[in-house]
Design a protein around this ligand. Structure first.
Ligand code: BF8
Ligand code: SF4
Length: 645
């Protein structure tokens, strides 16, 4: 249970409270100083490259440049309303949009497949063991796998095999669709949106967008929803649940976020990317005594492993590993001059890290054949050799400590306390505490639903996605979150959005002091922050489970809930896949960056209004964060009014 505010807290002014947070201006000043230091060593940053890339190509921005065959590239202009084959702007923009969603779904799902293979290789003596048996047994029962009297690893291997079949099975649809409400399942069947094997949907999408196939924009948007669902209820959900089984279901824990987590007197080792198989092992290796001793022998106080991007979220919520920052912070960590090594697995890794690390003593290690990057040290990482690989990586970082050039070191001091690790189970456990003080009996959605019905909480928003230099990075995340919590709207966050919250202090318990009275009361009663960290981007699948269960318990369709999604600064193709499965689930999705389809009026209509006729939800797009947050609040209030609450 959380504690009541102390006298001091009750009498502290809002201005004093606000001083406890790191402001966007402070975050920007740190970045600016680091970027100046980059200039001094002739290094380039995203800001330099961004200047050279603007103004962006208008055809690309509008989605009306096609290069899917070598008769092209073809561009739609006032003079040329069709490409050589006759494709118009709607076809071209629609195909591009579907290809983005497809690449996103493929990326999440390939990551999931790796984890499924690791689960298949798990063994009591091996590098990867089963850490959440109860979750494995529940899933085995859901999938009709015999559990009675069997060795837990036999069960795990059979579950892994079934999981792997989800990628390529010739018949049937995704198993996890059954976790959605009955209404959603029926709708997906009726609208032919229920995804078959994940690889099948990826292949079909590429087939549809090949020269000379689908030209109808609506069909391309429908397939975007379907391939999105193959991600959300296929790849991402498999990744999340199998990771929980292998590495443990996260629980609430304390950590810190922002560049101030780097240490002057320790070996700083950054883990960056997405796949927890790699980062888990590096974290464990860094704790081994002989490597810690080696660090001391080299003059360091120890080994400081910190995370970046979604890997940071994975290891923070399972080990409390501190988070150095999000996507656009990946160059900043190198620019501090205090990082011995940045080791990466897959996705969202700037190729710029190669030339940048050349300007510093920092070693840049890549570990996956999926993400080989020039000017990195490639050290392939496999389940059998994982511990040895991880030890070698850590040893290399430790050995590099003596090469740190103190003249190049600047570590910004800002960091914030953060509570992380709120998967679905933890959120329900915590929110059930609003009325149920019996810790061991908690697990009902009722108090959460009642808090929303009574208006103590007006609703909930999932804030997700990347940061993006097209807008003022992190500004939209932070401003939108502050405004929502001030309006008694609970936030769940993942990915780089969650990291933006961590950097500013919004994952800390002080954030309750800038909430509306209702949300503050809930935070105080149960001791949670108003922005709940749910994990990495694949963990948006956790959010899908949460909304489906709440809708089922409430007895309404998902579209009726005062719950929406928001990606204020999204940039990646994975975000397009996510947005599609969120909309397919019936959840309105507010975007602060325009999808690159503006050159097609039909596509703009389809993604904002057209999907609404199919799934009951669509995009609301506004590049002004103040207007975007206002439309979110209005949207939530409209849903409340329609429910009569
Ligand atoms: O998968 S939020 S920049 S790190 S894509 Fe990438 Fe975007 Fe960050 Fe995680 Ni998600
Ligand atoms: Fe041009 Fe059509 Fe080829 Fe695209 S598919 S490049 S529009 S000819």
């Amino acid at each position: 249970m959380g504690s009541a505010p102390t006298m001091v807290e009750q009498h502290t002014s809002r201005e004093d409270i606000l001083k406890r947070f790191t402001t966007i201006e402070q975050l920007e000043a740190d970045t600016e100083k680091l970027h100046e230091m980059a200039c001094a060593v002739c290094a380039e940053t995203w800001a330099d490259r961004g200047k050279k890339q603007t103004p962006h190509c208008k055809f690309g921005e509008d989605g009306v440049c096609c290069r899917v065959c070598s008769m092209g590239p073809c561009r739609i202009t006032p003079k040329a309303s069709r490409g050589i084959c006759g494709a118009d702007e709607h076809t071209i923009a629609g195909r591009h949009y579907l290809r983005m969603a497809t690449a996103g779904a493929a990326s999440h799902s390939d990551h999931a497949r790796e984890i499924a293979h690791v689960l298949r290789e798990s063994s009591p003596e091996g590098n990867f063991k089963i850490r959440d048996e109860a979750k494995l047994i529940r899933l085995a029962k859901e999938w009709n796998v015999e559990t009675e009297g069997r060795d837990i690893y036999d069960v795990a291997h059979e579950v892994a095999d079934l999981g792997l079949m989800e990628f390529g099975k010739p018949f049937g649809t995704q198993r996890f669709l059954k976790r959605a409400t009955k209404e959603r399942q029926e709708l997906w069947e009726k609208e032919d949106l229920a995804p078959r094997a994940i690889d099948r949907e990826v292949s079909t999408s590429l087939h549809m967008t090949h020269m000379g196939n689908t030209a109808e924009a609506e069909a391309l948007v429908r397939q975007s929803l379907k391939v999105g669902l193959a991600d959300g209820y296929g790849g991402s959900m498999i990744s999340t649940l199998f990771s929980d089984i292998l590495f443990g279901t996260p629980t609430a824990r304390s950590t810190e976020g922002n560049l101030g987590v780097l240490e002057h007197d320790m070996v700083n080792l950054i883990v960056h990317g997405h796949d927890p198989v790699f980062s888990e092992m590096v974290v464990l290796a860094s704790e081994e005594k002989d490597l810690q001793d080696l660090a001391k022998k080299k003059g360091a106080k120890g080994i400081n492993v910190v995370g970046l991007c979604c890997t940071a979220n994975e290891v923070a919520m399972r080990h409390g590993v501190r988070m150095a920052g999000n996507f656009l912070q990946q160059e900043n960590v190198i620019l501090t001059g205090a990082v011995e090594m940045i080791c990466v697995d897959v996705q969202c890794i700037f190729p710029a890290l190669g030339p940048l690390t050349d300007c510093y003593h920092t070693k840049f290690v890549t570990s996956s054949p999926v993400a080989k990057i020039p000017r990195s040290i490639y050290m392939p990482f496999g389940p059998d050799t994982a511990r040895e690989n991880a030890r070698e990586i850590v040893r290399m970082a430790v050995d590099n400590f003596e090469n740190r050039d103190l003249g190049k070191v600047f570590i910004p001091e800002h960091k914030q306390p953060a509570s992380v690790g709120y998967p679905t189970e933890q959120i329900i456990y915590e929110l059930d505490g609003v009325t149920n003080s019996h810790v061991e009996e908690r697990g009902s959605y009722r108090p959460a639903i009642d808090s929303i019905k009574s208006g103590v909480l007006r609703g909930a928003v999932a804030i997700v996605g990347c940061n993006n230099p097209r807008v003022r990075p992190d500004f939209s995340h932070i401003e939108i979150m502050k405004e929502l919590i001030a309006n008694d709207i609970l936030i769940v966050a993942t990915g780089c959005a969650a990291q933006a919250a961590a950097k500013s202090g919004l994952l800390g318990k002080d954030a309750k002091f800038i909430c509306g009275a209702g949300l503050r009361r809930v935070c105080e009663l149960v001791g949670i922050p108003p922005v709940l960290h749910m994990g990495a981007c694949v963990d948006i699948s956790r959010m899908m489970l949460l909304v489906n269960e709440i809708a089922g318990d409430w007895g309404v369709d998902v579209t009726q809930l005062p719950i929406v999604g928001c990606a204020p600064e999204w940039m990646s193709e994975k975000a397009v896949a996510i947005a599609n499965y969120v909309v397919a689930t019936g959840i309105d999705t507010y975007l602060g960056i325009e999808p690159q389809v503006k050159g097609s009026a039909q596509m703009m209509e389809l993604i904002t209004e057209g999907t609404r006729k199919i799934t009951g939800a669509g995009y609301i797009i506004n590049t002004d964060p103040r207007e975007l947050v206002k439309s979110i609040i209005d949207g939530i209030e409209r849903k409340r009014a329609a429910l009569g609450i």
